[in-house]
Structures are given as C-alpha cells and as structure tokens.
Design a protein around this ligand. Structure first.
Ligand SMILES: Cc1cc2nc3c(=O)[nH]c(=O)nc-3n(C[C@H](O)[C@H](O)[C@H](O)COP(=O)(O)OP(=O)(O)OC[C@H]3O[C@@H](n4cnc5c(N)ncnc54)[C@H](O)[C@@H]3O)c2cc1C
Length: 438
C-alpha cells in the first residue's frame, strides 16, 4: 500500500481546470425585464432550455449568478454516460417498475447530447469510446455480472468485458462496458453551448443572482439585486444551489466532489501497464472512483470521497486531505505510475436526489429540472430541451414523463450528511483492504 502520496507542487483551483473563464461576460440585469419564460441558472440544463426556447421563437431570458457554465457543467470529469447514478441492484429495489423507462431515457440522453455537439459543431474533444464500470476485486467482479444482467433486462446496451482483452490497466479486472457515450472536455462543451446561446435571440444576464421567486398564480416575479423580472413561467435550473431558493422543491442535496489531473504521460508508458483503451473507467465502489485519459495527454481521476455542504455554497477549492486521498488511490490503482506528478485539483457541487433525475412543476408556473447525482453531463442538455419543448407547447415526451415529479423522491437528510459520506468511504477502504488480502 502506498503511504503519504505526495501532492507537492499541485495547484488548487476554485474554478474548472478544463478551460479559462470567458472574458466576454453578458451584462448583469439592471432594472426590469418582461419575458414569457425566465430560466434561472446557466448550466447545461438552463442553457439548453433557453437555447431551445429561443430557437422556437419563445421570448426567453436566462439569469446566471456567475457566467454560463460556471457550475458543475464546466467542472465535471467529462464522462458522457448513458447510465443512471446508483448501483443497479439498488435501483431495481427502489424503482423496479420504472427502471426500463429510466434506462431508455438515459440512452436517449446520451444520443441527444452527442447530436447536439454535432449540430452546434462544438469542438469539445468528444471521443465516442463508451465507458466501463471496472472491478478492482473479485467481489466487485461477481457483483458486476449480476448488475449487468439487471441492466440488460432493463434494455441497456451493455456487455461484460475482460480487463486484459479490453486494454484496461492491469489492476482493473474487467466489468460492464456501456457502449453509448464517451469522453469529452466539459469546459469546452459548456463554453460552446454558451456561445450558441449568446448568438441566439435569448436575453442573457450573467453575474445576476436570483434571490427570490414568487408565483402569484397569473405569473412569476423574480427578484435580483439590480431589478425584477416578470415572466409567465420560470424554469429553475439551479442544480446543487436549488436549496437557496425557497420555491425550489425539497430533496435536492448538494455534495462536493473533487478531481485531480496529472502531468502529461507518455502513451508508451501507459501501454506498458496494459492501458491501451481510451474508454473512461469508473469503479463500482459505494462512492465511485473514476480514471480517464484526456486529449492533452494527462490522466484525470476523482470522487472516492464526497463532502457534505456547508450552509453557503459558492466558489470553493478542494480539501487538501481529500486530494491527498485521491492521489493515494491513484497510486494504489496504478502502482507503476508512482513517478507521475499530480498537477491540478478542482471540484464542484453535485446535486443528489435519491439517484433519480427529476423534473416537474414545483409551484404554479415554476418548473424545475435536476438530472445530476454526478451523472448529468448527457442528461442535462436533454432534460433542458425536453422541458423547453413542453413549455413551447408540445405534449410531454415519454422520457420527460419518466422523470416527472412535483418534487424528488424523499431521502432522509442523514443519508448525505458528513457521517454517512465518511462511512461510505470507510466501507470502500475496508473492501479494498480485504481484496488485497484475498
Ligand atoms: C467534479 C464533478 C464531476 C462530475 N463528473 C461528471 C461526469 O463525468 N459525468 C456526468 O454525467 N456528470 C458529471 N458530473 C455532474 C454534471 O456535471 C452535472 O450533472 C451537470 O453539469 C448539471 O448541470 P446543471 O445545469 O443542472 O447544473 P450547473 O452546471 O451546476 O448549473 C447551475 C447554474 O445555476 C447557477 N445558479 C444557481 N443558483 C442561481 C441563482 N439563484 N441565480 C442565478 N444563477 C444561479 C449556478 O451559478 C450554475 O452556473 C460531475 C459534477 C462535478 C461537480
């Protein structure tokens, strides 16, 4: 086991490490504005919703507290996945009757977002490699076989692969290959979508935090520091920050997740440890680990430890101890890459909602969508677009119906408290230790 993994020379960022911040910020809202639909939040959900509404001729305004893409949308690990969050056995237990619809929704989400990248010609280094849930112990491998049967029965496009045949690094035994989706640079995706939105007829206000949303039955009034917005309908696309708005549904809990990126690594050194596949790797731990190669020749890894949120969210650097633990995990999974230096760390707020993506009408004329649980990169643009189509007058799409609820399913608050999250990490480390002994 590697002890005291070094994080010397590593820089910590409170923003994304994928791209620079935009310099052409849209103006903040001053005074009053009227529109048919106001979208609060400029992540992938909000930008996709506003863009679609503008394309359909709806008078739409988007209000974003930072800049469009500031949140999880530009910070994530870049796995465009067709999968739902949560262990398939647990999902079947909790949502047996809906699982087929949810799996179909996940597959369609990945295809939609791939199509959106193509339609808008966004250069975000998209590589349609699929993703693999790869076991690091024989126990995980056994469980993965069961999970694959559950996913297949629910209609998922998955197959079981052997680690060596598939070109995984030697400590990954094999697992479930999800054929849909792939890997990309989420900073470039978010900025590409932002550029398309700014070029559309949508009114975009950045540096404009919505402090209050009041629905009076006939319409909705939004309060921002410099003015007010009168809209017929509102879309809350505020993700992990939803709890800051009283009108947002309860049951959306923020947790912090961190990422680390190494220096560039010679591909021949990766081939020497059997890592020839470019597919993104996720482990089936209670709290997943992810390892991927990037288009800039680096390795990126993350999660392993989730942290409960303080009372105020906002810009935040990863915790030093969490980053040291991630680096230690990297050395354990890649023992022959001990010489590879970690260079940068960042992270972001993820919204947790009992594993399920959800959208619905939280109050009269106030709609919301949260497709996160750490799996929203493919789902967010899709859900934003489906919601926009509904507001533009279409009937409800079957995939939107699959996730439609006035509020997320109930989850006890302790389930995502600091103690429970620490317990998940401890369980994973115990299972790692036991598997090393066997
Ligand atoms: C570190 C990390 C790694 C991840 N890795 C993956 C991955 O590999 N694959 C995957 O599928 N998913 C991943 N995710 C999840 C994925 O990034 C999210 O599901 C997705 O980006 C959510 O999009 P969103 O639009 O809902 O939220 P966000 O991108 O968070 O956007 C919400 C926006 O709303 C704004 N806002 C909030 N409140 C207000 C307000 N009151 N007024 C105005 N603006 C407001 C915020 O500033 C923010 O820009 C990851 C997330 C993180 C943080």
């Amino acid at each position: 086991m590697v002890k005291n993994a070094s994080t010397d020379g590593l820089t910590y960022s409170a923003f994304t490490g994928w791209t620079d911040r935009p310099t052409d910020l849209a103006p903040a809202l001053e005074g009053g504005v009227r529109c048919d639909v106001a979208v609060v939040g400029g992540g992938l959900v909000g930008m996709a919703a506003a863009l679609r509404l503008a394309e359909r001729g709806v008078d739409v305004a988007l209000l974003e507290g930072g800049y469009c893409g500031w949140g999880a949308s530009s910070r994530n690990a870049g796995y465009l996945s067709n999968a739902l969050a949560g262990d398939p056995q647990l999902l079947r237990l909790l949502y047996r009757r809906r699982l087929r619809d949810l799996v179909r929704y996940g597959g369609n989400a990945a295809e939609f977002t791939e199509g959106l990248i193509g339609r808008l010609a966004i250069d975000c280094e998209y590589d349609p490699t699929g993703n693999v849930i790869a076991a690091v112990s024989t126990g995980q491998l056994r469980r993965s076989r069961k999970n694959m049967r559950i996913l297949r029965d629910a209609g998922a496009d998955v197959e079981f692969v052997d680690g060596r045949d598939f070109g995984l690094p030697e400590t990954f035994l094999g697992g479930i290959f999800e054929r849909g989706g792939g890997l990309l640079n989420p900073g470039k995706l978010a900025l590409g979508l932002r550029a398309a939105l700014l070029a559309s007829n949508a009114k975009v206000f950045e540096r404009t935090t919505v402090e209050a949303v009041e629905s009076d039955g006939a319409g909705v009034v939004l309060g921002v520091p410099g003015g007010r917005v009168h809209a017929e309908r509102v879309v809350l696309a505020t993700n992990a920050h939803s709890r800051d708005l009283d009108i947002a549904p309860s049951g959306i809990t923020p947790v912090w997740t961190s990422l680390v990126e190494t220096e560039p690594v010679d591909p021949d050194r990766l081939a020497a440890i059997g890592w020839t596949s470019r597919t993104g790797i996720i482990t089936p731990h209670t709290i997943l680990e992810n390892y991927r190669r990037t288009a800039r020749g680096t390795i990126m890894f993350g999660t392993r430890r989730l942290q409960a949120a303080p009372s105020a969210l906002g810009a935040h650097e990863p915790d030093r101890a969490v980053v040291a633990d991630l680096v230690q995990g990297f050395h354990e999974r890649f023992p022959s890459l001990g010489y590879v230096a970690p260079r940068r760390a960042w992270g972001g707020w993820v919204a947790m909602t009992s594993f399920l993506p959800v959208a619905g009408e939280a109050a009269k004329n106030v709609f919301y969508a949260v497709s996160c649980n750490g799996h929203g990169l493919a789902q967010s643009p899709y859900v934003g677009t489906l919601l926009a189509d509904r507001l533009a007058g279409d009937g409800i799409h079957d995939d939107l119906r699959a996730i439609w609820r006035p509020r997320p399913p109930y989850m006890p608050s302790f389930a995502l408290g600091a103690t429970a999250l620490k317990a998940g990490w401890v369980l994973d480390r115990i299972s790692d230790r036991l598997s090393r002994r066997s």
